[in-house]
Design a protein around this ligand. Structure first.
Ligand code: NDP
Length: 458
């Protein structure tokens, strides 16, 4: 959709949308994220149009403070030299040191890095913790690589990245393809080069060396805390609801764990090859063993539960979304649910969608859900538990102390309840009842914009 097709009342917003589109024409994911945020904060823009125009607030908000792109050469197990491209986008440091994960996946490019970093600004704002927005990664594919290859790649990646990060500058963490193993290798290399133990320079670390309890579980647990609050506000109980979860990585696994703890019945999960359906409820210990220990495929679930069903991805619509469920949690990757898929889900009676992944639903899909009274928990709010707990990890590192599991979990829960309330209050204030997508964008934008205006033209 071009900006000309978007119905906006604000002349300033319309001009900004045209400019951003012309300037970033080859960055579709970034443009998608920008349009989603800017069109939904239009009521705020209309209130402050002249002030924002005078200070070029939106133009400044849309231009990353810095993009670092670099070469990552490494030697594979056959002795051959491989070259990947690394990125770090330091998008907006108004609220604190840049903070956001690293993604290692062959699809990584500048557009995806910029969309993720842009979303991160608002997500981090919603946590109410002092963190700015950034993101990074590489087009490196960790699949089918040996441990040695992963380590060599991480070391080479850090040789360059270390020049640009620091516990008061920029604090990366994990994302797709970057888990505790990769964070360990990255941290080791940083420490060796700097000859200094700066535990707070990376989050998602192992518990033995400065990691926080609950960080592993945080995004998935946080998603379900937000979902529980959203359903409660609409007089719906999560207990007994059928849930499908796309993905079977970090976010998906711990969303499943908390959903089951809250009494929901998780009946399907997936990976990039296909999905499994177990009408008796997913046995999560088996999924954890397959994915966290053996690094296998979701299909292997059938070796343990022969009564479950498996369907390979073949069509454009991932087969998991043909399964009837009350709650859908897309926890894999961006643009997983398009308009066509949204129509199937609505037809099948979905009542709530919780975005565990970043931008897993296209803008058209989100609009369709909302038009059809489906409750949507937007990613930048619902999956903010991960980065919030990362900020708690930084806090513990600064104190040179650590908190018990329950203490961190209670803080996480309180943060997610607060995020839900912020979204709900902003939605109500601007007369978009039950529209938590608009609510999240407005609440997050207000804080960032006020900070930017206060800090002058920089
Ligand atoms: P993981 O790498 O642990 O897991 C990703 C999962 O998604 C895997 O099951 C993977 O399957 C699947 N997947 C990846 N790409 C595709 C694709 N193109 N099509 C279908 N399935 C795919 O990542 P995370 O769980 O950490 O992250 C998942 C999402 O959540 C991402 O959007 C991430 O940005 C977001 N997120 C993560 C946070 C965190 O704390 N980890 C915090 C906030 C958001 P396969 O193994 O086959 O590739």
């Amino acid at each position: 959709m071009s900006s000309c097709d978007l119905q906006v009342k604000s002349k300033y917003l319309s001009e900004v949308l045209s400019k951003v589109e012309a300037k970033n024409a080859h960055e579709p994911e970034f443009l998608q994220a920008v349009k989603e945020v800017l069109t939904s904060i239009e009521p705020v823009i209309l209130k402050h149009e002249e002030e924002y125009r005078k200070s070029a607030l939106l133009e400044r908000l849309l231009e990353p403070e810095r993009i670092i792109s670099f070469r990552v050469p490494w030697i594979d197990d056959k002795g051959q030299i491989q070259v990947n491209r690394g990125f770090r986008v330091q998008f907006n440091g108004t609220l604190g040191p840049y903070k956001g994960g690293l993604r290692f996946h062959p699809s990584v490019n500048q557009s995806i890095m910029k969309f993720l970093a842009f979303e991160q600004i608002f997500k981090n704002s919603l946590t109410c913790l002092p963190i700015g927005g950034g993101k990074g990664g590489s087009d490196f594919d960790p699949k089918c690589k040996s441990d040695m290859e992963i380590m060599k790649f991480c070391q080479s990646f850090m040789n360059e990245l270390q020049k640009h990060i620091g516990q008061d500058v920029d604090v990366p963490a994990g994302d797709i393809g970057v888990g505790s193993r990769e964070i360990g290798y990255l941290f080791g290399q940083y420490r060796k080069i700097r000859n200094s133990y700066e535990a707070g320079v990376l989050t998602g670390k192992g518990l033995e060396y400065g990691g926080s309890l609950v960080r592993k579980e945080a995004t998935g647990y946080g998603l379900m805390y937000f979902m529980r609050e959203m359903l409660k506000a609409n007089n719906i109980d999560v207990k007994g609801k059928n849930v499908i979860i796309s993905g079977s990585g970090n976010v998906a696994i711990y969303a499943c764990e908390k959903a089951q703890e809250l009494g929901a019945n998780v009946i399907a999960m997936s990976d990039s090859s296909g999905c499994i359906y177990d009408s008796n409820g997913i046995k999560l210990d088996i999924i954890k063993d397959i994915k966290e220990v053996k690094r296998g495929r979701i299909k292997d679930y059938l070796n343990y539960v022969p009564t479950a069903l498996y369907k390979e991805n073949s069509s454009i619509i991932p087969p998991i979304y043909n399964i009837k469920a009350d709650i859908v949690l897309p926890c894999a990757t961006q643009n997983d649910i398009n308009l066509e898929t949204a129509k199937i889900l609505v037809q099948n009676g979905v009542i709530a969608v919780g975005e565990g992944a970043n931008m897993p639903c296209t803008n058209e899909a989100v609009e369709y859900f909302i038009e059809n009274k489906v409750l949507v928990a937007p990613g930048k709010a619902a999956n903010a538990g991960g980065v919030a707990t990362s900020a708690l990890e930084m806090c513990q590192n600064s104190m040179r102390y650590f908190w018990a599991f329950d203490e961190v979990d209670k803080k996480l829960e309180a943060i997610m309840v607060n995020i839900f309330n912020l979204c709900q209050n902003a939605a109500n204030e601007y007369n978009y009842p039950r529209n938590y997508v608009v609510g999240a964008n407005i609440a997050a934008f207000k804080k960032v914009s006020e900070g930017m205006l206060a800090q002058g033209i920089i």
